[in-house]
Design a protein around this ligand. Structure first.
Ligand code: NAD
Length: 294
Protein backbone atom coordinates (compact mmCIF):
# COMPACT_ATOMS: atom_id res chain seq x y z
CA UNK A 1 0.00 0.00 0.00
CA UNK A 2 1.17 3.51 -0.81
CA UNK A 3 1.98 6.57 1.20
CA UNK A 4 -0.48 9.25 0.10
CA UNK A 5 -0.50 12.95 1.01
CA UNK A 6 -4.04 14.37 1.21
CA UNK A 7 -4.57 18.15 1.33
CA UNK A 8 -8.09 19.56 1.85
CA UNK A 9 -10.25 17.49 4.19
CA UNK A 10 -13.57 19.33 3.84
CA UNK A 11 -16.99 17.97 2.96
CA UNK A 12 -15.60 15.96 0.07
CA UNK A 13 -11.94 15.42 0.95
CA UNK A 14 -12.72 14.15 4.46
CA UNK A 15 -14.66 11.16 3.18
CA UNK A 16 -12.23 10.51 0.33
CA UNK A 17 -9.19 10.44 2.63
CA UNK A 18 -11.08 8.14 5.01
CA UNK A 19 -11.71 5.67 2.16
CA UNK A 20 -8.01 5.62 1.26
CA UNK A 21 -7.12 4.90 4.89
CA UNK A 22 -9.80 2.21 5.03
CA UNK A 23 -8.21 0.58 1.96
CA UNK A 24 -4.95 0.31 3.91
CA UNK A 25 -3.01 3.30 2.53
CA UNK A 26 -0.74 5.37 4.76
CA UNK A 27 -2.55 8.71 4.46
CA UNK A 28 -0.74 11.88 5.64
CA UNK A 29 -3.53 14.42 5.87
CA UNK A 30 -3.48 18.22 6.07
CA UNK A 31 -6.13 20.94 6.27
CA UNK A 32 -6.15 24.48 7.67
CA UNK A 33 -9.05 23.45 9.93
CA UNK A 34 -8.24 21.71 13.23
CA UNK A 35 -11.69 20.04 13.26
CA UNK A 36 -11.06 18.55 9.83
CA UNK A 37 -7.72 17.16 11.08
CA UNK A 38 -9.43 15.62 14.12
CA UNK A 39 -12.00 13.93 11.88
CA UNK A 40 -9.21 12.63 9.63
CA UNK A 41 -7.39 11.14 12.64
CA UNK A 42 -10.60 9.42 13.76
CA UNK A 43 -10.95 8.01 10.23
CA UNK A 44 -7.50 6.39 10.31
CA UNK A 45 -5.36 9.09 8.63
CA UNK A 46 -2.22 10.60 10.16
CA UNK A 47 -2.70 14.37 10.50
CA UNK A 48 0.45 16.37 9.70
CA UNK A 49 1.38 20.00 10.39
CA UNK A 50 1.61 21.37 6.84
CA UNK A 51 0.85 20.71 3.19
CA UNK A 52 4.60 20.24 2.63
CA UNK A 53 4.68 17.53 5.32
CA UNK A 54 1.78 15.77 3.61
CA UNK A 55 3.65 15.85 0.28
CA UNK A 56 7.10 14.83 1.58
CA UNK A 57 7.89 11.19 0.87
CA UNK A 58 4.46 10.50 -0.67
CA UNK A 59 4.04 8.45 -3.85
CA UNK A 60 0.85 10.40 -4.58
CA UNK A 61 -0.41 13.80 -3.40
CA UNK A 62 -4.14 14.45 -3.61
CA UNK A 63 -5.69 17.91 -3.32
CA UNK A 64 -9.41 18.58 -2.74
CA UNK A 65 -9.57 22.37 -2.39
CA UNK A 66 -12.18 25.06 -3.05
CA UNK A 67 -10.84 26.66 -6.26
CA UNK A 68 -7.94 27.06 -8.70
CA UNK A 69 -6.18 29.76 -6.69
CA UNK A 70 -5.96 27.44 -3.66
CA UNK A 71 -4.55 24.59 -5.75
CA UNK A 72 -1.98 26.82 -7.43
CA UNK A 73 -0.91 28.34 -4.11
CA UNK A 74 -0.60 24.97 -2.32
CA UNK A 75 1.37 23.50 -5.25
CA UNK A 76 3.72 26.49 -5.58
CA UNK A 77 4.25 27.18 -1.86
CA UNK A 78 4.29 23.65 -0.45
CA UNK A 79 4.03 20.67 -2.76
CA UNK A 80 6.60 21.44 -5.48
CA UNK A 81 9.39 21.98 -2.96
CA UNK A 82 8.56 18.94 -0.83
CA UNK A 83 7.38 16.13 -3.14
CA UNK A 84 9.83 13.46 -4.28
CA UNK A 85 10.79 13.50 -7.96
CA UNK A 86 8.41 11.25 -9.89
CA UNK A 87 5.55 11.60 -7.37
CA UNK A 88 2.09 11.87 -8.92
CA UNK A 89 -0.12 14.87 -8.06
CA UNK A 90 -3.87 14.26 -8.34
CA UNK A 91 -6.00 17.38 -8.10
CA UNK A 92 -9.60 16.31 -7.49
CA UNK A 93 -10.92 19.87 -6.90
CA UNK A 94 -13.20 21.49 -9.47
CA UNK A 95 -11.10 24.30 -10.98
CA UNK A 96 -10.81 26.23 -14.23
CA UNK A 97 -9.26 24.48 -17.21
CA UNK A 98 -6.54 27.11 -17.72
CA UNK A 99 -5.25 26.79 -14.15
CA UNK A 100 -5.40 22.98 -14.38
CA UNK A 101 -3.16 23.06 -17.46
CA UNK A 102 -0.82 25.66 -15.99
CA UNK A 103 -0.23 23.77 -12.72
CA UNK A 104 0.27 20.49 -14.60
CA UNK A 105 2.94 22.12 -16.80
CA UNK A 106 4.62 23.61 -13.73
CA UNK A 107 4.55 20.21 -11.97
CA UNK A 108 6.08 18.47 -14.97
CA UNK A 109 8.83 21.11 -15.13
CA UNK A 110 9.69 20.09 -11.54
CA UNK A 111 9.95 16.39 -12.46
CA UNK A 112 6.52 15.51 -11.07
CA UNK A 113 3.55 13.86 -12.78
CA UNK A 114 0.18 15.64 -12.61
CA UNK A 115 -3.42 14.84 -13.44
CA UNK A 116 -6.66 16.75 -12.97
CA UNK A 117 -9.28 14.35 -11.59
CA UNK A 118 -12.47 16.23 -10.67
CA UNK A 119 -15.46 14.27 -9.46
CA UNK A 120 -19.13 13.84 -10.08
CA UNK A 121 -21.13 12.91 -6.99
CA UNK A 122 -21.65 14.82 -3.76
CA UNK A 123 -20.77 14.41 -0.10
CA UNK A 124 -22.60 11.08 0.25
CA UNK A 125 -20.72 9.64 -2.75
CA UNK A 126 -17.42 10.90 -1.32
CA UNK A 127 -18.16 9.20 2.00
CA UNK A 128 -19.48 6.05 0.33
CA UNK A 129 -16.60 5.71 -2.16
CA UNK A 130 -18.92 5.93 -5.15
CA UNK A 131 -17.63 9.05 -6.93
CA UNK A 132 -17.02 9.24 -10.68
CA UNK A 133 -13.56 10.59 -11.56
CA UNK A 134 -12.84 12.29 -14.90
CA UNK A 135 -9.11 12.28 -15.41
CA UNK A 136 -6.98 14.59 -17.54
CA UNK A 137 -3.36 13.53 -18.09
CA UNK A 138 -1.12 11.24 -20.13
CA UNK A 139 -1.88 7.51 -20.59
CA UNK A 140 1.01 6.68 -18.26
CA UNK A 141 -0.21 9.11 -15.60
CA UNK A 142 -3.74 7.71 -15.87
CA UNK A 143 -2.40 4.17 -15.38
CA UNK A 144 -0.82 5.31 -12.09
CA UNK A 145 -3.83 7.38 -10.97
CA UNK A 146 -6.55 4.81 -11.67
CA UNK A 147 -5.78 2.28 -8.89
CA UNK A 148 -5.59 5.06 -6.29
CA UNK A 149 -8.78 6.80 -7.41
CA UNK A 150 -10.69 3.52 -7.62
CA UNK A 151 -10.57 3.26 -3.79
CA UNK A 152 -12.72 6.41 -3.70
CA UNK A 153 -15.01 5.92 -6.67
CA UNK A 154 -17.17 3.59 -8.72
CA UNK A 155 -15.88 4.87 -12.08
CA UNK A 156 -12.53 6.33 -13.16
CA UNK A 157 -12.56 7.58 -16.74
CA UNK A 158 -9.66 8.88 -18.82
CA UNK A 159 -10.94 12.07 -20.46
CA UNK A 160 -7.77 13.03 -22.38
CA UNK A 161 -4.71 15.20 -21.75
CA UNK A 162 -4.23 17.64 -18.87
CA UNK A 163 -7.30 19.84 -18.40
CA UNK A 164 -9.64 17.38 -20.13
CA UNK A 165 -10.98 16.16 -16.77
CA UNK A 166 -11.96 19.71 -15.81
CA UNK A 167 -13.41 20.28 -19.28
CA UNK A 168 -15.58 17.16 -18.87
CA UNK A 169 -16.69 18.27 -15.41
CA UNK A 170 -17.79 21.79 -16.36
CA UNK A 171 -19.43 20.71 -19.63
CA UNK A 172 -21.35 18.03 -17.70
CA UNK A 173 -22.44 20.47 -15.01
CA UNK A 174 -23.40 23.16 -17.54
CA UNK A 175 -25.64 20.56 -19.16
CA UNK A 176 -27.03 19.63 -15.72
CA UNK A 177 -27.77 23.27 -14.82
CA UNK A 178 -29.54 23.92 -18.10
CA UNK A 179 -31.56 20.68 -18.01
CA UNK A 180 -32.60 21.32 -14.40
CA UNK A 181 -33.98 24.75 -15.34
CA UNK A 182 -35.75 23.24 -18.38
CA UNK A 183 -37.15 20.39 -16.25
CA UNK A 184 -38.52 22.89 -13.71
CA UNK A 185 -40.14 24.91 -16.48
CA UNK A 186 -41.75 21.85 -18.07
CA UNK A 187 -43.20 20.62 -14.75
CA UNK A 188 -44.53 24.09 -13.86
CA UNK A 189 -46.08 24.53 -17.30
CA UNK A 190 -47.66 21.06 -17.10
CA UNK A 191 -49.27 22.07 -13.79
CA UNK A 192 -50.58 25.35 -15.23
CA UNK A 193 -52.09 23.39 -18.11
CA UNK A 194 -53.90 21.19 -15.55
CA UNK A 195 -51.76 18.19 -16.39
CA UNK A 196 -50.92 16.20 -13.26
CA UNK A 197 -47.12 16.52 -12.73
CA UNK A 198 -46.73 12.80 -11.88
CA UNK A 199 -48.61 11.89 -15.07
CA UNK A 200 -46.32 14.24 -17.01
CA UNK A 201 -43.34 12.56 -15.32
CA UNK A 202 -44.63 9.10 -16.29
CA UNK A 203 -44.89 10.21 -19.93
CA UNK A 204 -41.81 12.42 -20.35
CA UNK A 205 -39.45 10.15 -18.41
CA UNK A 206 -39.98 7.47 -21.10
CA UNK A 207 -40.22 9.94 -24.00
CA UNK A 208 -37.79 12.23 -25.79
CA UNK A 209 -37.85 14.76 -22.93
CA UNK A 210 -36.27 12.28 -20.53
CA UNK A 211 -33.08 13.42 -18.83
CA UNK A 212 -31.34 12.85 -15.49
CA UNK A 213 -32.77 16.08 -14.02
CA UNK A 214 -36.28 14.74 -14.62
CA UNK A 215 -35.92 10.97 -14.34
CA UNK A 216 -33.65 10.77 -11.29
CA UNK A 217 -33.89 14.20 -9.69
CA UNK A 218 -37.43 15.49 -10.32
CA UNK A 219 -37.65 18.92 -8.65
CA UNK A 220 -41.23 18.60 -7.33
CA UNK A 221 -42.08 16.75 -4.10
CA UNK A 222 -43.92 13.47 -4.64
CA UNK A 223 -42.99 13.26 -8.32
CA UNK A 224 -40.64 10.47 -9.47
CA UNK A 225 -38.17 8.85 -7.07
CA UNK A 226 -37.19 10.30 -3.68
CA UNK A 227 -35.15 13.48 -4.25
CA UNK A 228 -34.11 16.58 -2.25
CA UNK A 229 -37.49 18.10 -3.29
CA UNK A 230 -39.08 15.60 -0.90
CA UNK A 231 -36.84 16.94 1.87
CA UNK A 232 -37.58 20.67 1.53
CA UNK A 233 -34.72 21.03 -1.01
CA UNK A 234 -32.11 20.24 1.66
CA UNK A 235 -29.10 17.99 1.06
CA UNK A 236 -28.16 17.07 -2.50
CA UNK A 237 -26.09 19.51 -4.58
CA UNK A 238 -26.00 23.09 -3.28
CA UNK A 239 -27.06 25.87 -5.67
CA UNK A 240 -23.87 27.79 -4.76
CA UNK A 241 -21.74 24.92 -6.09
CA UNK A 242 -23.85 24.71 -9.24
CA UNK A 243 -23.26 28.43 -9.75
CA UNK A 244 -19.51 27.97 -9.21
CA UNK A 245 -19.44 25.31 -11.96
CA UNK A 246 -21.61 27.39 -14.32
CA UNK A 247 -19.26 30.35 -13.86
CA UNK A 248 -16.28 28.12 -14.64
CA UNK A 249 -18.10 26.94 -17.75
CA UNK A 250 -18.79 30.54 -18.82
CA UNK A 251 -15.13 31.49 -18.28
CA UNK A 252 -14.03 28.49 -20.33
CA UNK A 253 -16.55 29.34 -23.07
CA UNK A 254 -15.23 32.91 -23.25
CA UNK A 255 -11.64 31.71 -23.38
CA UNK A 256 -12.43 29.10 -26.08
CA UNK A 257 -14.76 31.45 -28.03
CA UNK A 258 -17.67 28.97 -27.71
CA UNK A 259 -21.32 29.98 -27.98
CA UNK A 260 -23.26 28.79 -24.89
CA UNK A 261 -26.55 30.71 -24.65
CA UNK A 262 -28.34 28.10 -22.50
CA UNK A 263 -25.38 27.83 -20.13
CA UNK A 264 -25.29 31.63 -19.88
CA UNK A 265 -29.01 31.78 -19.07
CA UNK A 266 -28.65 29.04 -16.45
CA UNK A 267 -25.74 31.00 -14.90
CA UNK A 268 -27.92 34.15 -14.74
CA UNK A 269 -30.80 32.29 -13.11
CA UNK A 270 -28.56 30.53 -10.55
CA UNK A 271 -26.91 33.88 -9.77
CA UNK A 272 -30.32 35.36 -8.94
CA UNK A 273 -31.29 32.28 -6.96
CA UNK A 274 -28.14 32.26 -4.81
CA UNK A 275 -28.16 36.04 -4.35
CA UNK A 276 -31.65 35.65 -2.85
CA UNK A 277 -30.07 33.65 0.00
CA UNK A 278 -30.32 30.16 -1.49
CA UNK A 279 -26.63 29.23 -1.92
CA UNK A 280 -27.03 26.32 0.50
CA UNK A 281 -30.35 25.10 -0.93
CA UNK A 282 -30.34 22.11 -3.29
CA UNK A 283 -30.05 23.31 -6.91
CA UNK A 284 -33.45 21.83 -7.82
CA UNK A 285 -34.99 24.36 -5.40
CA UNK A 286 -34.73 26.91 -8.22
CA UNK A 287 -38.20 25.66 -9.20
CA UNK A 288 -39.61 27.84 -6.40
CA UNK A 289 -38.09 30.97 -7.92
CA UNK A 290 -39.28 30.04 -11.41
CA UNK A 291 -42.78 29.46 -10.03
CA UNK A 292 -42.80 32.85 -8.27
CA UNK A 293 -41.71 34.62 -11.44
CA UNK A 294 -44.78 33.41 -13.27
P1 NAD B 1 -15.07 22.42 1.52
O1 NAD B 1 -15.06 23.91 1.59
O2 NAD B 1 -15.95 21.64 2.42
O3 NAD B 1 -13.56 21.85 1.74
C1 NAD B 1 -12.40 22.51 1.31
C2 NAD B 1 -11.34 22.28 2.38
O4 NAD B 1 -10.12 22.84 1.93
C3 NAD B 1 -11.67 22.99 3.71
O5 NAD B 1 -11.66 22.03 4.77
C4 NAD B 1 -10.57 24.03 3.86
O6 NAD B 1 -10.18 24.24 5.21
C5 NAD B 1 -9.46 23.39 3.05
N1 NAD B 1 -8.44 24.34 2.60
C6 NAD B 1 -8.61 25.52 1.95
N2 NAD B 1 -7.41 26.08 1.69
C7 NAD B 1 -6.47 25.20 2.14
C8 NAD B 1 -5.06 25.20 2.15
N3 NAD B 1 -4.35 26.23 1.66
N4 NAD B 1 -4.41 24.17 2.72
C9 NAD B 1 -5.11 23.14 3.25
N5 NAD B 1 -6.46 23.07 3.27
C10 NAD B 1 -7.12 24.10 2.73
O7 NAD B 1 -15.36 22.08 -0.01
P2 NAD B 1 -15.88 20.66 -0.62
O8 NAD B 1 -17.36 20.66 -0.67
O9 NAD B 1 -15.14 19.56 0.05
O10 NAD B 1 -15.38 20.82 -2.12
C11 NAD B 1 -14.02 20.62 -2.50
C12 NAD B 1 -13.93 20.64 -4.01
O11 NAD B 1 -14.76 19.62 -4.55
C13 NAD B 1 -14.39 21.96 -4.63
O12 NAD B 1 -13.53 22.27 -5.70
C14 NAD B 1 -15.80 21.65 -5.11
O13 NAD B 1 -16.20 22.44 -6.20
C15 NAD B 1 -15.66 20.18 -5.51
N6 NAD B 1 -16.90 19.41 -5.47
C16 NAD B 1 -17.76 19.51 -4.41
C17 NAD B 1 -18.94 18.76 -4.40
C18 NAD B 1 -19.90 18.84 -3.23
O14 NAD B 1 -21.02 18.32 -3.35
N7 NAD B 1 -19.54 19.42 -2.10
C19 NAD B 1 -19.24 17.90 -5.46
C20 NAD B 1 -18.32 17.78 -6.52
C21 NAD B 1 -17.16 18.55 -6.51
Amino acid sequence: MARIGFIGLGNMGGGMAANLAKAGHDVRAFDLSAEALDRARAAGCLPVESAAAAAAGAEAVITMLPAGKHVEQVYEDSVFGAADTGAILLDCSTIDVDTARRVADAAMAKGLVAVDAPVSGGIAAAAGGTLTFMVGGSEAAFARAEPILSHMGKAVIHAGGNGAGQAAKICNNMLLGATMVATCEALLLAKKLNLDPQTFYDIASVSSGSCWSLNSYAPLPGVGPQTPADNGYQGGFAAGLMLKDLRLAMEAAASADANTPMGARAAELYTRFTEAGNAGVDFSGIIRMLDEKA
